[in-house]
Design a protein around this ligand. Structure first.
Ligand code: C5P
Length: 232
């Protein structure tokens, strides 16, 4: 399992996405395709970016009954992506079904990671609206343990949660962490942020970086800076 930087392709159209990717001549970054791009353009965007030689994290956060998730995962695995995700809130049974659907006839499969609690959910809302009456960190750790027991490879979480997840589930259990900013850059709407170097220290396996790269004057240079702080 290699540490790597994943660029969040948070664009709404194919042309914009290809123009961005065309800037990269010497490297093929690992990229994340989320709901916006996937639902705007369709599966064709995944095939095209794969054809260009990029590894892809398809961030569609599946959450449905086990049988539906299994069949949806079987469809996604045929797109030959490298990483996909689902919501741990769907239960361990749903996660196991997802894993089964994802496994190809030859036994290979993309990495499967779980969303624990979205970082947009505050502890207060979780307790008042969802009636989950324990501290949010306990929920994150419990959902990560469920994901591990179901055979998943890791979780998406904030770098600050990565530490407690690793303590509970072991260093081999992957943490994929968004909310990354350079020490000297704008935070945007992210609240709890970490630099690539801090994420490396905490033990993140992959960092997901959007605007610090996509909105940089020189995205290739910003990507290289992330790689040099996080990986090298
Ligand atoms: O632009 P920025 O670096 O904030 O983008 C972060 C990416 O990670 C976005 O695609 C965002 O949706 C995603 N993400 C996040 N926090 C989570 C899960 C995903 O910021 N908890």
């Amino acid at each position: 399992m290699g540490k790597d930087v994943i660029i969040a392709l948070d664009f709404s159209g194919a042309m914009e996405t290809y123009e961005f990717l065309n800037r990269f001549k010497d490297e093929k970054p690992f990229v994340k395709i989320g709901m916006e791009l996937f639902y705007s353009v369709g599966p064709e965007i995944v095939r095209e970016i794969k054809k260009r030689g990029h590894r892809i994290f398809l961030d569609l956060k599946l959450h449905d009954i086990p049988n539906t998730v299994k069949k949806a995962m079987a469809a996604l695995t045929r797109l030959n992506v490298d990483m996909v995700n689902l919501h741990a809130a769907g239960t361990a049974q749903m996660m196991r079904a997802g894993l089964e659907g994802l496994t190809r006839p030859d036994g290979t499969r993309p990495l499967l990671i779980a969303v624990t609690q979205l970082t947009s959910t505050s502890e207060e809302r979780m307790q008042k609206e969802l009636l989950i009456g324990v501290p949010i960190n306990e929920v994150v750790v419990k959902y990560a343990e469920n994901a591990k027991a179901a055979g998943l490879d890791g979780v998406v979480c904030s770098p600050l949660e990565a530490k407690i997840v690793k303590e509970a589930c072991g260093v081999g259990f992957m943490t994929v962490t968004p909310g990354i900013r350079f020490a000297d850059s704008d935070k945007g709407d992210q609240v709890r942020v970490t630099t690539p170097a801090m994420a490396r220290e905490i033990g993140s396996d992959y960092i997901v970086v959007g605007r610090p790269i996509t909105a940089a004057p020189d995205p290739v240079e910003a990507y290289r800076r992330c790689v040099s702080e996080f990986v090298d």
